[in-house]
Design a protein around this ligand. Structure first.
Ligand code: LP5
Length: 242
């Protein structure tokens, strides 16, 4: 079994989410062939050098899962794109590029975080281009810790305000971009997160059936997509499920 999650947005201020994720790693994820985390594991990540006891606890739990034989893969999200080699080494996980094609038991799939698919969200795409520019990344990584914390708080609060004011279709994926990615990857299944709109879309691309599976965000409930020879099944569960 292969498991996929995204958008957990872990932070010390949400102990319910943290407990649920740690429990997930110790139970459902144990024995899985692989766990893919498709971005936004953390609510905000300002650099591996800023890791405190909370981040260490998550890294240790991931490492224990990896040591037990489950391959753990991590992709950047729009809130934790500064996760680097040090965290991955400590957590025993492999960092994936923004687009990754994986061989699943019954098919090849394209894995993405999903933010780049929202091409109508011009404000965000502009911000993304600035934040992901190598020069910006260099500068951000070298800012003093306090400045990075301040900047992250500012960005989060601006984002909360601005996303509330955006129309639903602006913050959803653009179909043409989904089609472009599927064609370029030569696969018929795309799995992504980011939009917080869990769903299983069946579409036609050049007359062929294709699928787009959107992973759910962990907030009121937890979400996991299970991939096996039987296909892909997304399930949600109570955060306090034991
Ligand atoms: O994250 P979410 O779900 O709220 O909304 C996203 C888009 N927003 C973001 C911003 C992140 O939330 C902020 C993450 C901060 C943590 C990492 C910081 C690391 C760098 C700093 C420390 C070293 O990604 C949101 C989308 C939404 O998804 C749906 O797709 O709409 O995009 C926006 O809201 C962007 C706005 O439209 C434009 C923002 C202007 C910000 C102005 C601040 C200027 C600061 C400039 C800094 C270089």
């Amino acid at each position: 079994m292969i498991l996929l999650v995204s958008d957990l947005h872990l932070e010390p201020q949400r102990p319910d989410l943290v407990r649920a994720f740690l429990h997930f790693l110790e139970t459902r994820a144990r024995g899985a062939e692989a766990l893919y985390i498709l971005g936004d594991l953390f609510e905000a990540w300002i650099g591996d050098d800023a890791m405190g006891p909370f981040e260490q606890e998550i890294a240790t739990a991931l490492r224990q899962l990896a040591d037990s034989g489950t391959a753990v893969y991590l992709m950047h999200g729009n809130r934790d794109f500064l996760i680097g080699k040090a965290f991955c080494r400590q957590a025993g996980c492999r960092l994936l590029p923004d687009r990754h094609i994986a061989d699943f038991p019954d098919r090849r799939v394209l894995l993405m975080h999903g933010d780049t698919l929202c091409t109508r969200d011009e404000g965000y795409q502009k911000l993304r281009r600035i934040l992901r520019h190598p020069l910006t990344l260099f500068v951000l990584r070298h800012l003093p810790l306090a400045s990075r914390q301040k900047l992250a708080r500012k960005l989060r609060s601006e984002s909360r305000q601005q996303t509330r004011a955006k129309a639903m279709d602006i913050t959803d994926v653009t179909e043409a971009e989904v089609e472009r990615e599927l064609r370029a990857a030569r696969v018929t299944t795309l799995i992504h997160g980011h939009t917080h709109r869990p769903a299983h879309h069946e579409l036609l691309l050049d007359g062929q059936p294709v699928e787009r599976i959107v992973l759910g965000d962990w907030d009121r409930r937890g979400w996991v997509l299970e991939a096996s020879e039987a296909g892909l099944t997304q399930i949600d569960f109570a955060l306090d499920e034991r």
